[in-house]
Ligand binder design. Structure first.
Ligand code: ATP
Ligand code: MG
Length: 426
């Protein structure tokens, strides 16, 4: 039997309901912030990710799905959302009239990783990218968005860790301090970190292998290397987070070590035992130089991405069920083979009038139809036989209370509107 590729999964049944419900909640929240939805291609030129994510990151150096198409183009399945959104922002000149602009996306990402709980090769990210403001208000608002999303979903055990990388000058000073500090310990670091030392020493602090190494504890802290400007920015972010009653901790070990990251970086962790390396639910930060780096104008940005699988695991762990069950309002079946035309015509009218309608396709007997109506959890049942067609009066049965109503065909929609219409309104 053919099976799905390693590290992927199917979304169906309860999982599909959870997924759809999350989309609905996410969109509603994004509307509250006046953030606009953007969908970009699942694959992009490989070069975009090499530039936009960075050669020294694990993502690009080890995890991308790269391929050549039949026209010999180098393409990559997107491993994250930011680079594509930034490319779209530049290519469509969204900076011309729209700034500041908040955007959001939701879709599959691809990384060649060792599959485990909360870590897949195809996984879903919801993310936000906001362009066009240098102000720390924007940093705080973005962090607030992630927090509010968790709050709306009812998730309690999350903690927000923030840090700053400062501006270019501060980070350069810090980089030098890290190089000096790690130099005598180079042989104690993992192979990856030895490479990071040369190319991007900040990422050493981000290493999963070396994180428990004693040397890390005394490594220089960015907060001691910030210039006045950067300190001020960070203080404002904290002040604004306080104003929104958002709990956070300053954690100097959080780095997103790419060259274009500036100022605020943050992660939201789930406080769940056994989550291990998969405990980060969402991560983000300010990237004032990325748009320019990818070939656009100098426009600052700030954003975050959240992994849906980990979010759903965290919700499970807190026994929070976010499924939205949608059932047919009406189930129609025919008393006899020759009523299919009428069943289908009525179902079509009802659907276009706004009612979820399921039908019987197989002219099964009454018993199996009632069974199926129960199984699909239909609210009302309508049976169409010769008599109904002749008199144009239908028997409509409430499938819960078992009450029966005689309803004229012409008045059916009115009747259903009254019975069902209101309860469906959001
Ligand atoms: P990690 O350190 O766990 O590998 P990351 O730093 O690579 O995460 P980001 O690139 O910041 O992750 O992505 C943001 C979020 O996307 C993560 O916090 C996580 O929730 C989710 N995520 C990342 N990689 C995967 C994956 N392979 N499977 C499922 N979710 C993932
Ligand atoms: Mg990773």
């Amino acid at each position: 039997m053919l099976q799905k590729p390693k590290g992927t999964y199917d979304i169906y049944g309860d999982k599909a309901l959870t997924y759809l419900y999350f989309r609905k909640i996410a969109k509603a929240l994004m509307d509250k912030y006046n953030a606009k939805f953007i969908e970009t291609p699942i694959f992009e030129s490989s070069e975009l990710f090499h530039r936009g994510v960075g050669e020294t990151t694990d993502i690009v150096s080890k995890e991308t799905y790269d391929f050549k198409d039949r026209g010999d183009r180098n393409l990559t399945l997107r491993p994250e959302g930011t680079a594509g959104i930034v490319r779209c922002f530049i290519e469509n000149k969204l900076y011309v009239e729209n700034l500041p602009l908040k955007t959001w996306y939701l879709g599959p990402m691809f990384r060649y990783e060792r599959p485990q709980a909360g870590r897949y090769r195809e996984f879903y990210q919801f993310g936000v990218e906001a362009f066009g403001s240098n102000d720390p208000m924007m940093d705080a608002e973005i962090i607030g968005m992630a927090c509010n999303l968790f709050k709306i979903l009812g998730l309690k055990g999350v903690s927000v860790n923030i840090n700053t990388l400062g501006d270019k000058e501060s980070r350069e000073n810090y980089r030098k301090a890290l190089l000096d500090y790690f130099k005598p310990y180079l042989n104690d670091l993992c192979e990856d970190c030895q490479r990071r030392y040369e190319k991007n020493p900040l990422r050493i602090l981000d290493c999963k292998v070396d994180s428990s190494n004693e040397i890390m504890k005394d490594a220089p802290k960015i907060l001691d290397y910030l210039n006045e400007e950067s300190k001020k920015h960070f203080d404002k972010v904290k002040e604004y987070l306080d104003a929104m009653n958002i709990d956070y901790k300053v954690n100097p070990n959080i780095v997103r070590g790419l060259d274009y990251y500036t100022h605020t970086v943050f992660e939201v962790q789930a406080d769940i035992k056994g989550f291990g390396a998969q405990s980060t639910l969402a991560a983000g930060g300010r990237y004032d130089h990325l748009v320019e780096f990818i070939g656009g104008p100098s426009v600052p940005g700030v954003g975050f991405a959240l992994g849906l699988e980990r979010l759903f695991l965290a919700l499970d762990a807190e026994k929070i069920d976010i499924r939205e069950v949608v059932c047919p309002d009406v189930y129609i079946f025919s008393a006899g083979e020759n009523q299919k035309t009428n069943v289908l015509a009525l179902a079509n009218d009802l659907r276009m009038a706004g009612f979820n309608t399921e039908v019987d396709y197989d002219s099964k007997n009454f018993k199996s139809n009632f069974k199926r109506a129960d199984k699909v959890m239909a609210k009302y049942i309508i049976i169409i036989g010769e008599e109904e067609v002749n008199t144009k009066i239908l028997t409509v049965k409430n499938n819960e209370t078992k009450e029966e109503y005689k309803v004229e065909l012409d008045k059916l929609i009115e009747f259903l509107d009254e019975k069902i219409g209101d309860e469906d309104e959001d």
